[in-house]
Design a protein around this ligand. Structure first.
Ligand code: SAM
Length: 210
């Protein structure tokens, strides 16, 4: 049965009381995909790390212990999600190891070449013009930096049909790979793994060293 539209809208941008419940459920529902994303990201000591659509902030808490001397940033355009993420990461915030920003990934408020590592999970479905977001990600990624994009591909039509097309744009893995390749990255690779019985894909892209 397809997801109800009102739940799909909440996934795109959680709001109100229901948004807090969605944040709580999402944090455990997407944990495996996000853990694997951190594996692909290979965070190193001293990296500046950005999560786009950081939602509940659970993955940023995990990123914080991947290496030493990190500077973490999360951006999301949902007030509810940012409140949840701030509560979850109060210690990191108090020690200035993390900043959580309100903003749209179509126009992230960061200087060019600001981050060695950028990741985003379960967000591309909601980007109407994904190339706008991807070009901005390439802009703020440092030379030699790595970007990991995690998403459920639309290749399995029956599975994709569970996500209302009015809210979700379920793209085939090869389509997303080709899209990322046109947005300014020097190299792009796709990885796939079954999680909870369905394919999950990760695009791993790099900027060149110069
Ligand atoms: C489905 S949730 C995924 C949250 C988290 N990344 C995860 O994997 O559990 C999508 C999140 O991305 C945020 N989001 C979607 N589009 C966005 C945009 N254009 N700019 C900033 N945040 C966005 C939503 O507010 C929401 O918190």
């Amino acid at each position: 049965m397809p997801k109800a539209e009102f739940i799909a809208r909440q996934s795109r941008r959680p709001s109100g009381l229901l948004g807090y419940i969605v944040a709580w459920v999402m944090a455990s529902e997407t944990a495996q995909e996000n853990n694997r994303t951190l594996d692909h990201l290979a965070i190193a000591d001293g990296d500046r790390v950005l999560e786009i659509g950081c939602g509940h902030g659970t993955t940023l808490s995990k990123a914080a212990v991947c290496a030493d001397n990190l500077k973490l940033t999360g951006i999301d355009f949902s007030d509810v999600m940012l409140r949840v993420a701030r509560r979850r990461n109060s210690v990191l915030l108090a020690h200035n190891l993390l900043s959580l920003d309100h903003g749209d990934s179509a126009a992230p408020p960061y200087e060019t070449r600001s981050f060695e590592r950028i990741y985003s999970v379960h967000t591309i479905y909601f980007w109407v013009q994904p190339e706008v977001h991807l070009r901005e990600i390439s802009r703020v990624l440092a030379p030699g930096g790595r970007f990991v994009l995690g998403f459920r591909p639309g290749d399995d039509g029956a599975y994709a049909a569970k996500f209302p097309g009015s809210i979700y744009n379920m793209r085939a893995g090869a389509e997303v790979e080709a899209l990322v390749a046109t947005c300014g990255f020097a190299s792009v690779q796709m990885h796939s793994q079954q999680i909870n019985g369905h394919a999950m894909n990760w695009i791993v892209a790099h900027n060149d060293d110069t």
